[in-house]
Design a protein around this ligand. Structure first.
Ligand code: ATP
Ligand code: PAU
Length: 411
């Protein structure tokens, strides 16, 4: 299969990086500005009906995320579309698990959505990108080639798998840039989620009273996005249509999972997080007090701060007594703190106070979210706020569908 995959075709994709045309941003302003949380306005021009079904797919380095808009009233469509929609409905809605690895995140489903004059629901589905050959076989078998609308796709895989989709499935991928899509998806989902999308952890410095609280993200600019996927991209977002990628690091969610598998023999992300939840990183890391016997006062370093991640592992004895749980926890803490530290420096350089952490690394991972909340507050003396979004890793997939609707349905 590798032989049939092309790496090319990227040159026709222009990067917007904050230089989107005004007409596009004004159009979006007028579209997105209309409604917040559930008023009956339509997302785009209700007179221009895109053909169904509507899918958006983000093919990432580790996970593929799929959003599907399911119209409520299937009887409104012509016969051919009805047939396709019923088949999709039977397959996708019949279950919450597909094969051994595909999952529909039912808790994230968005109801009462109005896209181009159609009421419906948005569904959120994910599977490992390593399963793409099986997905392509399924698409062939289920005759996805009949989908008049094609599939909107983003992420590196939109480029890598474009040719194989065309030659094997006879399906065109409409490609969109992953970071443009990410920003668009964040703005749409935050605005149109009937439940609160954005949250923070209050009292992050006190483990006994630290708890999740809703955050009003209505007037968010400027803010930093830290997208923790396989790798990490950091964006400075100045308005609905203006952003730039200010930094990134290859030490991301993929690094956590890769190192954890190596060090503990675990096989899945869920297993790695479960191990970490039972571990103690202080058995693995060297703390300031392990070096100073207490605080390093001159530069405000508390004795409990980590001086050297994995620093105890230079000792043979300590290596012998290291438990899998401790190693998993130390790996998680190391990666999280490093990302937090880079995010803090970017926020300082960009003179930004709100830092929004997204990406599937944060899935079922309250440990990292609380650590990031703590790190932002503690190391900035309370001037930075860590924010989180419920739809974690799905913004790119949502955003690329929106890009398609904008381009094809100018308001
Ligand atoms: N079920 C899962 N399987 C594998 N990794 C998972 C899972 N759930 C959460 N993760 C974490 O999420 C990360 C992937 O996040 P995400 O889907 O946002 O990125 P991606 O799009 O695959 O990567 P990139 O954007 O860098 O191409 C993994 O590296 C891992 O740390
Ligand atoms: C390469 C991407 C953008 C793919 O999503 C991501 O994995 C990433 O931002 N990696 C970090 C690359 C770097 O800036 O070092």
């Amino acid at each position: 299969m590798d032989q049939t995959i092309s790496n090319g075709h990227s040159s026709d994709q222009s990067s917007s990086n904050g230089h989107e045309e005004n007409s596009q941003s004004e159009r979006e302003e007028s579209i997105l500005g209309k409604r917040r949380n559930g008023s009956p306005d339509s997302f785009c021009d209700p007179h221009v009906r895109p053909s169904m079904p509507l899918f958006g797919m983000d093919i990432g380095g580790t996970l593929t995320k799929l959003v599907y808009f399911e119209p409520d009233n299937i009887d409104d469509f012509d016969q051919a579309e009805q047939q396709t929609l019923r088949t999709i409905h039977r397959y996708l809605m019949g279950s919450t698990a597909y094969g051994t690895t595909g999952i529909r995140d039912v808790h994230l489903e968005m109801t009462n959505q109005n896209i181009c004059g159609r009421e419906g629901k948005i569904h959120f589905i994910r599977f490992p990108t390593s399963q793409m050959p099986a997905f392509i076989d399924l698409a062939k078998y289920r005759k996805f080639s009949g989908l008049a609308s094609g599939i909107c796709a983003t992420g590196g895989g939109a480029y890598m798998f474009e040719e194989v989709f065309e030659s094997e499935v006879h399906l065109q991928l409409h490609k969109y840039d992953e970071l443009d899509s990410l920003v668009k998806g964040i703005h749409y989902i935050d605005r149109y989620n009937l439940n609160s999308e954005c949250y923070y952890f209050c009292n992050p410095l006190d483990p006994n009273s630290c708890e999740k609280m809703p955050f009003d993200f209505q007037d968010p600019y400027p803010y930093l996005v830290v997208n923790i996927g396989s790798g990490v991209s950091i964006l400075s977002v100045r308005s609905k249509s203006q952003y730039s990628r200010v930094s990134g690091t290859s030490l991301g969610g993929g690094t956590f999972l890769g190192l954890c598998c190596l060090l503990t023999g675990c096989e899945t992300f869920e297993e790695a997080i479960e191990l970490a939840s039972k571990g103690d990183s202080e058995n693995i890391d060297k703390l300031v007090k392990d070096i100073y016997g207490g605080d390093y006062n001159k530069f405000g370093l508390k004795g409990d701060a980590v001086a050297s991640s994995f620093g105890q592992m230079m000792s043979k004895e300590k290596r012998k007594s290291a438990r899998k749980e401790d190693l998993a926890r130390a790996t998680l803490v190391t990666l999280t703190n490093n990302i937090g530290s880079i995010a803090r420096m970017c926020a300082k350089t960009e003179k930004i106070e709100r830092v929004v952490f997204v990406g599937n690394f944060l899935r079922v991972n309250t440990i990292s979210m609380k650590l990031l909340a703590f790190a932002m507050e503690y190391w900035s003396n309370g001037s930075l706020k860590a924010l989180f979004l419920e739809h974690e890793g799905y913004f790119g997939a949502m955003g690329c569908l929106l890009e398609y609707l904008h381009l094809n349905n100018p308001a």
